[in-house]
Design a protein around this ligand. Structure first.
Ligand code: SF4
Length: 485
């Protein structure tokens, strides 16, 4: 295991050196990019051959993701969308966080492995506030300006610190509500970024609060990338998020570009925009014209307010069509698009439940959940901390262990691996989730999650969706998984 960590360190070291090289010497960029891409491919194929599932497809997907991200980053650097100063800061942050002076990340991981016999989760997602300045149709978080649940600064600070010091994490995702609305007295998200300048933060935001001052701060900090939410073009975005929102969010992107801060876009796939999402021109717009470095794709899931708009949820057939599109865009168009349900091959299935190199989620009430899309919890950070415990205790709860056992049974490490085109614990395997992972001591996050448990029709629909998605994807998965090295 220590060997694996060492080689991970060498690989990351190489990546950061490459990043610095790419940033500093424009004439060396093309050579460095080609060399780095070849190395990535060789390393991942080598890993699959010696330790992995001997599946060419898995190695290819992972390698292509990294290559696409590097390519798009360089393209944006050349266009002046990303500033060399920002990229240098990113490299410094990664360098400090991953090995720094004390090699803290590696040491923490080794300790965790020795104690629990498994690698720690790579990150956690925290929603510090449910409050939002928008009121979007079908919001998974049921957020609005009326929501008041908010975590105090000390709780977020302690959680991030524990993730860094206990799990060796160097990356945190901040979600919402709207993260830029979060504050505790005069402390806010920027305070957190300043305090944890050895960690990198991906922040999901509607972008409306990114003014000139904030964009400049982001450049100076260099440890944040905002992912701005859209629903499509102006018509689709304003329809779901409110009149004028599209243009305001685009204006924020212009401010990020002015300071050269790397950004992505986050798209929610629904029945209303699915046709758009199957067109190349949509991705050309965001990557080529607007200059996004990456895109996240979230399918509207029937949780939170989305339970009220089940009719907008993609059908199994639409999801499969989107999967095929994602794959084409990854391999043929060179775009980095992370689709939480269709890109399971990149993460080797479900990454929830604090899985090795996976993640978990903490909401605005401090409830600790397996995933942003699994709104059921056992532990709460206030309770943990009051009782002298740490996040380790929640990661080792029976609830999380049951989830991880399911992931193992499902075959996230097996040869051949399980069907990563239907990897979702709650969406694609709902019956198992309800019968084997939930237990009487697991509580719903909110009224909507409670109502879902009590609604037989909802249960039936979820089970039917999972059966259909497995049936549609199984032959596609077999084709891919049989691509041997
Ligand atoms: S539970 Fe579903 S959405 Fe969450 S990480 Fe697992 S596969 Fe992804």
């Amino acid at each position: 295991m220590a060997k694996a960590l060492l080689s991970a360190k060498i690989r990351t070291n190489m990546a950061v050196t490459t990043l610095k090289l790419l940033t500093n010497r424009s004439f060396l960029r093309s050579w460095a990019l080609k060399t780095a891409s070849r190395k990535v491919q060789e390393n991942l194929l080598d890993y699959e051959m010696t330790k992995g599932s001997k599946c060419r497809y898995l190695a290819s997907v992972e390698a292509q993701y990294i290559i696409n991200l590097m390519n798009q980053g360089i393209k944006n650097l050349d266009k002046g969308i990303l500033s060399p100063q920002y990229l240098k800061k990113v490299a410094e942050t990664l360098g400090r966080g991953l090995w720094g002076e004390s090699n803290r990340s590696q040491e923490a991981s080794v300790k965790y492995i020795e104690k629990y016999g498994m690698e720690p989760p790579a990150f956690c997602t925290i929603s510090p506030t449910q409050k939002c300045n928008l009121n979007c149709t079908g919001c998974y978080a049921s957020s609005s300006s009326r929501s008041s649940a908010t975590l105090p600064y000390w709780a977020v600070q302690r959680l991030v610190k524990e993730m860094r010091d206990i799990c060796g994490a160097s990356f945190t995702v901040i979600s919402g509500g709207e993260p830029f609305l979060w504050h505790d007295g005069n402390k806010n998200l920027i305070t957190l970024l300043e305090e944890f300048n050895d960690m990198f933060f991906l922040v999901y935001t509607n972008g409306l609060l990114i003014d000139d001052r904030r964009a400049k701060q982001m450049l100076e900090l260099g440890n944040i990338t905002p992912a701005i939410s859209f629903e499509g073009y102006e018509e689709q975005t304003d329809h779901r998020r409110g009149p004028g929102v599209f243009r305001k969010s685009l204006a924020s992107i212009d401010r990020l570009k002015k300071y050269g801060v790397g950004f992505g876009v986050s798209i929610t796939a629904t029945k209303e925009n699915i046709n758009l999402l199957l067109e190349d021109s949509f991705y050309e717009y965001w990557f080529e014209e607007i200059g996004a470095t990456y895109m996240w794709m979230f399918h509207l899931l029937p949780i939170g307010r989305a339970r009220e708009v089940m009719s907008l949820v993609l059908s199994p057939e639409e999801r499969v069509a989107l999967m095929t599109k994602w794959e084409e865009l990854l391999f043929k168009r060179g775009y980095f698009i992370g689709d939480f349900w269709n890109s399971g091959a990149a993460s080797r299935g479900c990454i929830a439940y604090g899985r090795p190199n996976g993640y978990f989620y903490v909401d605005w009430n401090g409830n600790i959940m397996p995933c942003v899309f699994v709104p059921y919890y056992k532990d709460n950070i206030y309770e943990l901390y009051k009782n002298g415990k740490t996040i380790e205790d929640a990661l080792m709860s029976d609830y999380f262990k049951r989830g991880r056992s399911w992931q193992e049974e499902y075959g996230y490490l097996s040869t051949p691996p399980g069907n990563f085109l239907a990897p979702c614990s709650i969406r694609d395997n709902h019956q198992h989730f309800r019968e084997k992972i939930l237990a009487p001591d697991i509580k719903p996050e909110d009224d909507s999650a409670r109502a879902a448990l009590e609604d037989p029709e909802y249960f039936q629909k979820m089970v039917e969706f999972g059966e259909k998605i497995r049936q549609l994807t199984e032959p596609l998965w077999q084709d891919r998984v049989n691509q041997k090295l």
